[in-house]
Design a protein around this ligand. Structure first.
Ligand code: BG6
Length: 477
């Protein structure tokens, strides 16, 4: 559909930006914080780009007031951040660490003082190392009760102050890396264990959503899903089938479980036949149906295009973590699908397809299948930025990316999608998990590289652009 004129965005639209604890805070062992799985994993040789880690990150823990002052100057309406579980429970459970809670309370209060709506993510991958060691983290059902205790602690403390909550961030992306690709801790490559851990994560997600209803009756909660909508490489029925397979295995497997409390049929049948299906105990699916979300958080970066992949064909491959364009291989599951380049789309230096229409498609697919409100909880462009004379960063390419995706949001609204907000990834530059500090996303440049730096904050061109966009309610693009 082509529109003559775009509708105005609602007045309470949440123009936001996002971050995650491990990627910005630093202070990895300050004030009683326990180690997370990432604190250990990043120190193992060869795991991250040039051995980068979040020990210091961009030192947000000590520069919170300065960072929030920049958000206020920009006119930001919402800030999405995550709480680090091992700051609250250093060993995953037991004694609560008051200093950890106090840090987030101060952050929330500072945001509210500037009329910035906090969007709190309960889990953005930094599992307490103690739980990984004690019972294998997400592979053991004991994590459900421990995660619930941690979440309820936050509900009780912040129910009156925080309305928007995210349960699990990108369970799909994180666990695929952790248990299939072996690129996130605990670096396992075993599909049976992957589907088992993933099932337990669904149960934990549903349990904390259920508990949320009691403790935060006026709030809204949902998971943030890394949605890369699938496209077929051509109208060859073989490619169409590959696309159906990919959409079902890579997207609906999570989305249907979250929103309908069931697994998609063809994928489940395939996994059962292969002995890889998760063990579903009596009561599991009932729990999923009792813990469905209020809205879906959408992390959208790119679409993926699929083609037929015969048995014995292409296997799963690792992503580009260097920024050397054109180095990402095709990746797939033999017998189901493999990725193919999309000749209609430009890519970033990390080979991510730039596809604003894909975001509109994503929002429409989700909205019409699940009938829930949506929130873009992440969208942005990771690129090399250059600090030029006079403290200038001319990130025009990022402005172009964001502008086209904001237009896609407006088009989706026109298409009838209920969209609560748009959180760009990210506010300041951050540590990109596997790509080090050179893959930048922020509106605010942070002067540091893989080895360190002054940590000075410098506003990029995109900072001023976004500020103006917000002030004009999306009109001045
Ligand atoms: C998402 C994560 O996968 O995308 C973020 O939720 C992450 O934490 C972002 O930083 C961009 O990915 P990357 O690999 O470029 O840092």
């Amino acid at each position: 559909m082509h529109h003559h004129k775009l509708k105005d965005l609602p007045h309470d639209f949440l123009w936001g930006a996002a971050s995650a604890a491990y990627q910005v805070e630093g202070a990895w062992d300050a004030d009683g914080k326990g180690p997370s799985v990432w604190d250990l994993f990043t120190k193992l040789p060869g795991k991250t780009f040039e051995g980068s880690n979040g020990d210091v990150a961009v030192d947000h823990y000590h520069r919170m007031a300065e960072d929030v002052a920049l958000m206020a100057e920009m006119g930001l309406k919402a800030y999405r951040f995550s709480v680090s579980w091992p700051r609250i429970y250093p060993t995953g459970r037991g004694e609560v660490n008051e200093a950890g809670l106090a840090f987030y309370e101060k952050l929330i209060d500072t945001l509210l003082a500037h009329q910035i709506e906090p969007v709190l993510t309960l889990y953005h991958w930094d599992l307490p190392q103690a739980l990984q060691e004690e019972y294998g983290g997400w592979e053991d059902r004991r994590i459900i009760a421990d995660f619930e205790l941690y979440c309820v602690t936050l509900y009780q403390r912040f129910a009156g102050k925080v309305k928007y909550w995210v349960s699990l961030n990108e369970q799909n992306y994180n666990l695929t890396n952790a248990y299939q690709l072996g690129t996130h801790p605990p670096a396992v490559q075993d599909r049976k264990r992957f589907f088992a851990a993933n099932h337990i994560a669904f149960l934990a997600n549903a349990r904390v959503i259920k508990a949320f209803r009691q403790h935060v009756p006026n709030g809204l909660i949902g998971p943030s899903f890394a949605y890369s909508p699938a496209y077929p490489a051509s109208c060859d029925p073989k490619d169409m089938l590959a696309y159906e397979n990919a959409e079902e295995f890579n997207n609906l497997w999570w989305l249907d479980a979250y929103c309908f409390g069931r697994y998609p049929q063809a994928a489940l049948a395939y996994l059962r036949e292969n002995g890889e299906a998760p063990e579903i105990l009596p009561g599991d699916l009932a729990l999923l149906r009792e813990g469905t979300p209020d809205y879906i958080g959408v992390n959208y970066y790119y679409t993926l295009t699929y083609t037929d992949n015969p048995l014995g064909g292409q296997t799963l491959q690792r992503i580009n973590t260097t920024g050397k364009k054109g180095t990402t291989p095709s990746s797939g599951i033999p017998g189901l699908y493999k990725t193919a380049p999309n000749p209609h789309l430009e890519t970033s230096n990390w080979d991510w397809a730039i596809d604003p229409t894909g975001m509109r498609i994503a929002l429409r697919r989700l909205s019409s299948r699940y009938g829930l409100p949506l929130m873009i909880t992440e969208n942005g462009l990771g690129e090399f930025d250059k600090l030029e004379a006079g403290d200038k960063i001319n990130d025009e390419y990022r402005i172009d990316y964001l502008r086209s995706h904001v237009v896609a949001c407006q088009e989706a609204l026109q298409d009838g999608v209920e969209l609560l907000g748009y959180c760009a990834w990210s506010f300041t530059d951050i540590l990109s998990w596997l790509n080090g500090y050179q893959k930048r996303y922020g509106f605010v440049y942070v002067e540091r590289d893989e080895r360190g730096g002054s940590l000075r904050r410098i506003k990029k061109a995109s900072f001023h652009w976004y500020s103006q966009l917000i002030a004009s309610q999306g009109k001045q693009r």
